[in-house]
Design a protein around this ligand. Structure first.
Ligand code: ASP
Length: 434
């Protein structure tokens, strides 16, 4: 008998078919009004966007319940502080490594030298003002937690929930009862995740079909130099740096890790949002890689917010590219500024589509590059956003595994078991069962 296809395989097939379908529309039916109005901007857009909304819908309640369970599970404020510091330190380290790698590769490959600028193209980008960096730190503390929850501001939610959970620990029996309730709610939320996952093949198909019918692979050609340097740096970081860190610091097999990360990669790639991917990353890290909820519930949402290695890589290459296009020399102090700014930009922005580009304007301002130069790389940014988001999410999971290993919070048997936590389809309850 034919083996039943796993949901991940179905999602991967849907992704590939959506990509081909979208590209074909872009190549042959781009000018057809009916196709654009009813398919691309109609059906594809509606189903794809509704699916991304369904993913985002899970994030706030899931992170809240899961984080309460995590903090109460750790139960000791000093351990919590240690986990937080380790995760934060490792996130900064990986971003630093990412941007340095990107700068080195870009300096050697020198994309943009002799680049012909199309007339008028560079003026298309007018950046939104980047938030002042002081605000980034002030705004970690929510003045109104309900507002933070309503807006889905992850850093503020994490801050408030940790404080609330510490207070629960201090409240004895009342806190313990609430902890039990949070555990039950967390379990139910995980089921909601599985329900949404059942629709993932459809959602991913339409997301990919929409993106590629609009983008078209042909866009890459004039930008092939910049595009390939970013992608090469992203791949080296994803498969080289992370594997090395996992093997050295956590003594875990990177090949198993990469294989098991597949569902998170697919979601990050098709949504271009680390935030919307949090439910999938959490599920992969806990159920497939064996990290205890106590660590994962804290480090995954934190990483999705502050850790953006892929974004930093794009920013590094983009800076060198634009400097080359405009024949502006960058000195060593400029490079140091770029490293520092990229780290701060990564901490200060949420993991949503396209934000990396807005923060790039901040980096450009700092080193005196023309901000309108960003107009040149705008066209290929959506595709790069998809790839770099997958790298961002891989970084979150890598650091989570390393921190969990140090805390003895990872179950190696689950990590090594190829079938552990495979995402399955859910059976909906029937009347007589409820
Ligand atoms: N889309 C990226 C993320 O969600 C951020 C960016 O690079 O624009 O991680």
């Amino acid at each position: 008998m034919i083996k039943k296809m796993s949901i991940t395989t179905k999602i991967m097939i849907a992704m590939a078919v959506g990509l081909v379908f979208g590209s074909l529309i872009n190549a042959f039916l781009h000018e057809v009004d009916f196709v654009q109005t009813y398919l691309v901007k109609g059906l594809f857009h509606v189903v794809g966007a509704a699916f991304v909304n369904a993913l985002k819908m899970l994030v706030v309640p899931l992170v809240t319940f899961s984080l309460i369970c995590g903090v109460c599970g750790i139960g000791d404020v000093s351990v919590l502080g240690r986990v937080g510091l380790k995760a934060f330190g490792l996130y900064i380290l990986t971003i630093g490594m990412a941007i340095t790698l990107a700068l080195l590769i870009a300096i050697v490959a020198a994309p943009g030298q002799g680049f012909e600028r199309a007339a008028g193209e560079a003026s298309a980008f007018s950046p939104k003002p980047a938030p002042p960096l002081t605000d980034v730190f002030i705004n970690i503390v929510p003045s109104n937690p309900i507002n933070a929850f309503a807006e889905g501001n992850m850093l503020q939610i994490i801050f408030f929930v940790i404080l609330f959970s510490i207070a629960m620990l201090m409240c004895g029996d009342i806190g313990r009862e609430l902890h039990k309730a949070a555990e039950k709610l967390n379990e139910v939320m995980m089921k909601v995740v599985t329900l949404v996952m059942d629709f993932a093949p459809i959602g991913v198909f339409f997301l990919m079909a929409k993106t590629f019918s609009e983008q078209g692979i042909g866009l890459i050609l004039p930008m092939i130099g910049y595009f390939s340097v970013v992608v090469i740096a992203l791949l080296i970081h994803a498969f080289g740096t992370f594997s090395l860190l996992l093997a050295v610091f956590a003594k875990l097999n990177p090949i198993i890790f990469i294989k098991k990360m597949r569902p998170a990669h697919v979601f990050a790639f098709s949504t271009a949002s680390s935030n919307a991917t949090i439910p999938v990353t959490l599920q992969v890290v806990e159920k497939r890689l064996g990290v205890n909820n106590a660590t994962a519930s804290f480090t995954v949402p934190l990483g999705a917010t502050i850790n953006m290695d892929g974004t930093a890589i794009m920013q590094g290459v983009a800076t060198v590219f634009i400097a080359n296009v405009y024949a502006i020399d960058l000195g060593i102090s400029d490079y140091i500024t770029i490293v520092g700014m990229s780290i701060l930009a990564s901490i200060g922005t949420a993991g949503v589509p396209g934000v990396g580009l807005i923060m790039l304007a901040m980096v450009f301002n700092q080193v005196g590059l023309p901000v309108e130069g960003i107009g040149l790389i705008l066209g290929v940014d959506r595709l790069l956003d998809m790839v770099r988001t997958a790298v961002n999410v891989t970084g979150d999971a890598t650091v989570t595994c390393i921190v969990a290993r140090g805390e003895n919070e990872i179950d190696e048997a689950i990590f090594n078991d190829p079938d552990a936590g495979v995402i399955t389809e859910v059976e909906l309850p029937h009347k007589h069962e409820v």
